[in-house]
Write a protein that binds this ligand. Sequence first.
Ligand code: HOZ
Length: 422
Amino acid sequence: MQRSQSIFERARAVIPGGVNSPVRACRSVGADPVFIASGRGSRVTDADGNEYIDLIGSWGPLILGHAHPEILATIAEVMAAGTTFGAPTEIEVKFAEALRAAVPSMEMVRAVSSGTEATMSALRLARGFTGRARIIKVDGGYHGHADCLLVAAGSGAATLGIPGSAGVPDGAARDTIVVPYNDLASVERAVAADDVAAVIIEPVAGNMGLVAPAAGYLEGLRTLTARHGTVLIFDEVMTGFRVAYGGAQARYRITPDLTTIGKIIGGGLPAAAFGGRADIMQKLAPLGPVYQAGTLSGNPLAMAAGLKAMEILARPGSYERLEQLGQRLGDGLAAAARSAGVPAVMNRVGSMLTLFFCPGPVTDYASAKTADTTRFGAFFRNMRDRGVFLPPSQFEAMFVSLAHTDAEIDQIVDAARTALAD
Ligand code: HOZ
């Protein structure tokens, strides 16, 4: 028996489904989980010694690639002085200053440990600030697994066909209004009564597969929310430091009231944050009445790794290079599908992309769901067997890193050409 197989059997006995997050179980693509032993640069090696070019990048954080030497050196240096204190440290202040410099709408920042914590806390804050209960999210949008957000949720919930989770009481979801992505008219109707606390949205949807905002959509959201006293929350957990250094809000030049951010800002360690307008953030305890806390919030190792990642990404040419690599991969995969006669749509923003197996266009979750997920599963398995590790779901995005080379992108495209012809 292969080593991965025996690890999976042990895992299933002690971890539900053998995994600590559902999508990586690979069920929707008809495969077993890939147990990773190590990663370096653009590549990972599994427990059986198979090497893959990695397009998951730990679901986005590893924009610099695996085991980046400068990040590892930083962690080692900071670690020598202790790993956690449960008391404030200067590195948290530097982290907040760096975040504010990169994303100026985040006038004040609070660090947490996961994207779920960031979105959950930002929503509570928006509700506390406005004194309103109702919130708006989009169909197929995913903002972590807080109860009120597990309604028509994307990502793993979409992948496994459980967009409304068992265990969420009706009361928790009653105030969540779901609207289609890229549909301003439905938001206009929903905010009209001036009783909506917040619109929470991934400015570039990444959890129904990658779907870009239509021209004018984000501007329209900004105008409508401002008019009705509704807090506009950009969930940039995926897009922060990904689609531009300052995130989607910099790329599309829209200023939200609050931002949630994670993944890249931890440099590969667990860190996330929420922040925004100072008058809203000052409602947080200990200054204000909205409670939020965390033992490992602002963890020095995660803050240091994140700061180093931001510093490296700020070097000239980083985002131009990510754009080139993303375009090379996107164009290559689209051409491979065309030449194989497979109906497919390539959606891409910078270094995030999804190849949907449908004629398209894909502009929201309803159109994303027209994709042929059986064909995607076959594509995933075929690519894995050819040494390319794709996100194991039609409703997730591929992530390219600065560690990928042009030659590796061409290798992926060659593999796709053969896989699609198969
Ligand atoms: N739901 C996340 C991706 N959108 C993480 C999936 C995982 O870690 O398995």
